[in-house]
Design a protein around this ligand. Structure first.
Ligand code: SF4
Length: 220
């Protein structure tokens, strides 16, 4: 099994971009281009709220930790969990300062109605793989919390899903190592893309309309 060095880690948040569009991911994570639109800005506000409490909070048998830093040598990724709930469980792991054993349950906060459930699921599962590696345990479930309709969707981390996440992380590293930005292919996601203004001029569209082009030719 390949083990990545810390300096080669890629951002976990990149899973979302990569699943949305390989080119968008490369523009952000390889070329460092970024442009806010209402989708990303609104999403960041929700994340900020989730990360406002970075201390652990214990209620009954559940410990909640927000903004937990995570990473995986196997996937070569790092980032933060919005929230991790630790449920008391006999098959769980010991946590410093607490009696008994607990199993982690990652929760990721998202704006909107969950239009990118597949990408969100991959990102959440990547977090679970990080937590498994860091805490030496097996995590079977987590949850996505959508701003609308303001409720949780539970996600089961099957072996198949974990394998997909591993393959996707490998693909991301391959693109990153080659420093390759895929060509733009205009499709449905482009309308909602935060980078369309940066990307679309590179889609191969003519800079002038056909009419402008002909007119400039007549003027010369
Ligand atoms: S505009 Fe379209 S092709 Fe370009 S990065 Fe966005 S989704 Fe990808």
């Amino acid at each position: 099994m390949q083990k990545y060095e810390e300096e080669d880690y890629l951002a976990i948040s990149g899973f979302q971009h990569f699943m949305f569009c390989r080119r968008q991911w490369a523009l952000i994570h390889i070329e460092n281009q970024w442009e806010d639109n209402w989708r990303t800005t609104d999403g960041e506000i929700m994340h900020k709220r989730a990360h406002d409490n970075t201390v652990a909070e214990k209620r009954s048998d559940i410990i909640t930790v927000n903004g937990l830093k995570i990473s995986s040598k196997e996937l070569g990724i790092s980032g933060e969990c919005d929230s991790v709930q630790f449920f008391r469980d006999k098959g769980g792991v010991y946590l410093a300062k607490y009696k008994g054993t607990f199993l982690p349950y990652p929760v990721e906060y998202k704006r909107g109605k969950g239009q990118s459930l597949e990408a969100d699921t991959m990102q959440l599962c990547a977090q679970a793989i990080c937590l498994e590696e860091m805490l030496c345990c097996k995590i079977e479930k987590g949850a996505l919390f959508y701003g609308e309709p303001h409720r949780r969707t539970e996600i089961v981390f099957t072996d198949e899903l974990k394998e997909r996440v591993k393959q996707t992380a490998k693909e991301m590293h391959e693109y990153y190592d080659r420093k390759t930005t895929p060509k733009a292919i205009y499709g449905k996601p482009c309308a909602a893309c935060s980078l369309k203004e940066l990307c679309l001029p590179k889609l191969g569209k003519p800079k002038k309309s056909v009419g402008e082009y002909l007119r400039s030719g007549l003027d010369e």
